[in-house]
Design a protein around this ligand. Structure first.
Ligand code: ATP
Ligand code: MG
Length: 394
């Protein structure tokens, strides 16, 4: 039908942004354009609170829906057909559209739900629904009307210049367009949690920069490749970004040599946070992001999190803090990071793991242990070991 695919994209929360609405919508259009750049023959335009994506008929409809679905700020997507805003044209196109649906899905019953966005249109919404329903009954003899539980719900959206007919409202992730909410430095491990945490902050419009710590040669090159792969999956949603790679081994060795064994994990975590904060300052990030989750492991008890927090000034975002592990795993599945995350490669946190980590660390004791180390010097040396990798969407 027609010589192009048309997709109506709804903006969700972006629509609530009052005075800033045009700005948010512009950002959203820009993001959609960017993700669809790989296709030739696509246009993206905003009109009366909706975004219209038009694509050459030769392009893969599902592939386009998949890309638009990755854009944060998109509430839903409807592949639609367009026609003139007259009752005859709408009727004709609706019948043709339903014939296509019958071939594809074989529904027995239907209902038309009409909406008149153009209040000057001479026919009111319920009347449009009835008339178009009658035209469909006449044109598609196999169908019956069922207003309560129809097999196919057909939407008719009558607008000033054109009207649109569609049946699906494919949900997007919602959230806010990328780039509308500052930039954060995410501590990205190879685990299940931190990619999900990063994704959740990006979903609220935050640009991402990442840091990953390794303990080479205790951790392998393959472990780092796994993290780069995970980072690449996250980048399919939040675009290209930089990942800073830091060797933590010299710091871990100093801690093991000079500090009580049960404090190892918390001490290592405080170094990670301080290094991440320094990198964040250098790269104009306003906050840190971690995948920490209350009570999940010894270093994530309420006491341990407070001691971890106390070493940095920057706000630390922990979007998973109150989620259950099963829900985090579901989210990881949904965004496509899970399968990579569960590959069994070692993380720097598992190197020198204490037998009985302190679950209720006391800040004064931790400070006393750090007093035995040249913290400034160690952090400086770690930063000097930095490598930077460009992460591209996979
Ligand atoms: P994840 O599944 O994200 O690895 P986790 O449950 O294994 O988390 P920890 O290993 O205690 O928990 O790490 C807590 C958080 O610290 C991680 O979510 C991540 O933000 C950060 N982190 C841990 N290890 C690293 C690392 N090697 N590089 C960068 N950040 C890390
Ligand atoms: Mg981990």
């Amino acid at each position: 039908m027609g010589n192009e695919h048309i997709f109506i994209v709804r903006c969700g929360e972006v629509a609530l942004k009052g005075m800033n609405k045009p700005y948010f919508e512009r950002m959203l259009v820009e993001r959609i354009k960017k993700l669809l750049r790989k296709f030739e023959g696509v246009s993206v335009k905003r009109h009366e609170g909706l975004i219209y994506v038009r694509a050459d008929k030769s392009l893969d409809k599902q592939a386009i829906i998949k890309e638009i679905g990755k854009v944060f700020g998109v509430a839903s997507i409807s592949p639609a057909v367009e026609c003139e805003s007259t009752m005859e044209a709408i009727g004709e196109v609706a019948v043709e559209y339903m014939r296509g649906v019958i071939e594809e899905r074989n529904p027995k019953t239907f209902k038309v739900e009409a909406k008149r966005a153009d209040k000057n249109f001479p026919v009111k919404s319920p009347e449009i629904g009835r008339k178009i329903g009658a035209a469909i009954l006449k044109g598609c003899k196999v169908l019956k009307v069922d207003v309560h539980n129809p097999d196919c719900l057909l939407f008719v959206d009558v607008r000033h210049d054109k009207s649109y007919i569609f049946q699906d409202k494919i949900p997007g992730f919602g959230g806010l367009p990328l780039g509308t909410n500052g930039k954060g430095m995410t501590l990205l491990s190879g685990g299940i949690d931190s990619p999900v945490a990063t994704w959740m902050m990006a979903k609220r419009g935050m640009l991402i920069e990442a840091v990953h710590f390794h303990s080479y040669p205790y951790t392998s090159q393959r472990a780092q490749e796994k993290v780069e792969e995970l980072a690449g999956i996250v980048a399919t949603y939040c675009g290209r970004y930089k990942m800073h790679i830091i060797n933590l081994l010299p710091i871990q060795q100093q801690i093991v040599e000079h500090c009580p064994e049960e404090e190892t994990t918390i001490l290592v975590r405080r170094f990670m946070m301080r290094i991440a904060e320094k990198l964040a300052e250098q790269t104009a990030c306003g906050m840190l992001i971690t995948g920490e989750n209350l009570g999940q492991v010894a270093s994530q008890t309420a006491e341990a999190l407070a001691v971890t927090d106390a070493c940095v000034k920057m706000p630390v975002m922990r979007p998973l803090i109150a989620m259950d592990k099963v829900d985090i795993m579901d989210k990881a599945q949904e965004i496509g990071t899970y399968e990579t995350s569960i590959q069994p490669y070692e993380d720097c946190c598992t190197v020198f793991l204490p037998k009985h980590p302190a679950t209720k660390p006391k800040l004064d004791r931790i400070l006393a242990s750090e007093g035995k180390l040249d913290c400034e010097g160690l952090i400086k040396a770690a930063l000097e070991s930095e490598e930077i990798v460009d992460i591209y969407p996979l």
